[in-house]
Design a protein around this ligand. Structure first.
Ligand SMILES: [Zn+2]
Length: 237
């Protein structure tokens, strides 16, 4: 019952979102049927936020090897080109690669985005915490992130968001807007790293599935709003 209520709320904000199980069935099916990919030889990488709440969202692709974890705060692929290279070297012979990426956003039954109820906590918390913190700071127009060793990922995340500051702050849903902007940042970086590291892969195909993870209450399925499904032929890059 609760799952159905959530589904209605989620679909109001993200009309194309699917629950976790549907997402895996749909896209694994497309890989096998439309692209003739042998899913028994696929290594997965993820570029999603470190937040513990996202672990179930990545296990719905449990039939695949991996994951190679690329993401840090906000879901940015902080492992960089060295990480992409390492991932490329671990793919099964005659196999292929799959990269699941994107930011996450919580939702409550009241339809509030950027918030969620976490396990055994009575009050709502932020989700994504890193993005909501960045949002609160970017609202102060004198604020500028300072890159430093001890808070490296958060500062880099905020720095990457600076070009989107106006767009985010002028939106009528800032939590949603900062999540969209983060998706664009992650998507761009993943494409760049693949292009720059293409000669490191000993296979031809890399499947990308990027979008926004929507966290509901603990114990219920999360949803995924797919924005990019793409099978890249590395020979054509
Ligand atoms: Zn997060």
């Amino acid at each position: 019952m609760l799952q159905r209520k959530f589904e209605k709320i989620v679909l109001q904000e993200y009309p194309n979102a699917r629950d976790a199980k549907d997402t895996s069935i749909h896209f694994l099916g497309k890989m096998q049927i439309d692209h003739k990919i042998d899913v028994s030889k696929v290594l997965m990488a993820t570029s999603v936020c470190s937040d513990d709440i996202n672990v179930p969202s990545t296990t719905f692709f449990n039939v695949l090897f991996g994951p190679f974890v690329m993401g840090g705060l906000g879901g940015l692929p902080f492992v960089g080109k060295t990480g992409m290279t390492a991932f490329s070297h671990h793919i099964p012979d005659e196999g292929s690669a799959f990269i699941f990426y994107g930011p996450h956003i919580g939702i409550t039954l009241d339809g509030e985005l950027g918030k969620m109820y976490r396990p055994r906590m009575e009050e709502t918390g932020s989700s994504c915490g890193a993005l909501m913190l960045a949002l609160s700071r970017l609202k102060d127009n004198k604020y500028k992130p300072v890159i430093n060793d001890d808070d490296y990922q958060q500062m880099k995340l905020e720095e990457s968001l600076l070009p989107y500051r106006e767009e985010i702050l002028s939106s009528n849903n800032q939590a949603k807007a900062i999540t969209e902007a983060t998706y664009k940042i992650i998507d761009k970086k993943i494409h760049e790293y693949i292009k720059d590291c293409k000669d490191e892969f000993h296979v031809d195909k890399v499947t990308l599935l990027g979008g926004i993870i929507i966290n509901t209450d603990y114990g219920l399925d999360d949803y995924f709003d797919a924005k990019n499904f793409e099978v890249i032929d590395l020979k054509s890059l």
